[in-house]
Design a protein around this ligand. Structure first.
Ligand code: HEC
Length: 234
């Protein structure tokens, strides 16, 4: 009995200090749980959605993904690497780890689920890992892409804008078919989509027209294009 106690006591003390170690999870189940991340992340190098690409960041420094310019100050200044333990804390409660993080995700409470997801991420987030997890049948290609916006090209003529001007409280628009329409300014949203899947440079696009077509977005390929195309002219 005394012998057991001698063995158990240091074990319990270490576990309390470090927190219970995360058991190894099941990457197959983890691949299915990864669905929760698709709205904001891709696993393709350099393809950033509302969150940064997760490709190749296993073992890399947090908050340093090239080309992602919207890190919160906390994550940008972080000085740790992504591994099993740091991901475990992050996925349990992002805001508890990095206060003020812009990852609006309430976290995964169950240890077992986090372990499964991390087992998947360990395969998917190493360089070249996204190809491997598809080859192994853990996820389909659509999970690697994440929920990227639909490709705007090629754009049908009636959705191409050949002329747009602002006058008074209205926009006057001409489309690729030569149809001329006018719209109350508050019904039109101006957007920029600079990604390769966005509008072709030089051709702003009408997007998301409702049933009656009186509300829609006009999407430009760059800020310069917006500034050069759209003028106040009556
Ligand atoms: C609602 C959108 C959203 C969802 C859902 C989401 N994330 Fe994020 N994620 C973000 C944003 C935004 C950031 C950047 C946070 C910041 O800068 O504070 C981020 C950052 C990260 C990072 C750090 C990346 C780096 O470059 O250091 C990891 C890892 C991550 N998320 C993993 C996940 C996983 C795994 C899931 C699914 C369980 C998930 N995220 C779900 C938006 C999201």
């Amino acid at each position: 009995m005394t012998q057991y106690r001698k063995l158990l006591l240091p074990l319990i003390t270490t576990m309390t200090l470090a927190g219970p170690a995360l058991a190894d999870g099941d990457a197959g189940i983890g691949g299915k749980l990864y669905r929760a991340c698709l709205a904001c992340h891709s696993l393709q190098t350099g393809v950033h959605l509302s969150g940064p690409s997760l490709a190749g960041i296993w073992g890399a420094k947090a908050g340093k993904n090239t080309g992602f310019v919207r890190y919160s100050p906390g994550l940008k200044a972080a000085d740790f690497n992504w591994d099993k333990d740091t991901l475990n804390a992050w996925l349990a409660n992002p805001d508890a780890m990095i206060s003020g993080t812009t990852m609006k995700f309430r976290g995964i409470a169950q240890n077992g689920k986090r372990a499964d997801l991390i087992a998947f991420l360990r395969l998917a987030m190493v360089p070249g890992g996204s190809g491997d997890v598809v080859a192994k049948g853990l996820v389909t290609e659509s999970f690697i892409q994440g929920q990227q916006p639909p490709n705007m090209q090629p754009t049908p003529k009636h959705k191409q804008i050949t002329n747009i001007r602002h006058c008074g409280n209205a926009y006057f628009v001409e489309n690729g078919n030569g149809d001329k329409t006018s719209h109350w300014e508050k019904n039109i949203r101006l957007k920029i989509d600079s990604q390769a899947t966005g509008p072709a440079p030089g051709t702003p696009v009408i997007h998301g027209a409702g049933m009656r077509g009186d509300r829609f977005s006009v999407i430009f390929s760059s800020l310069d294009e917006l500034k050069n195309t759209l003028k106040e002219k009556c």
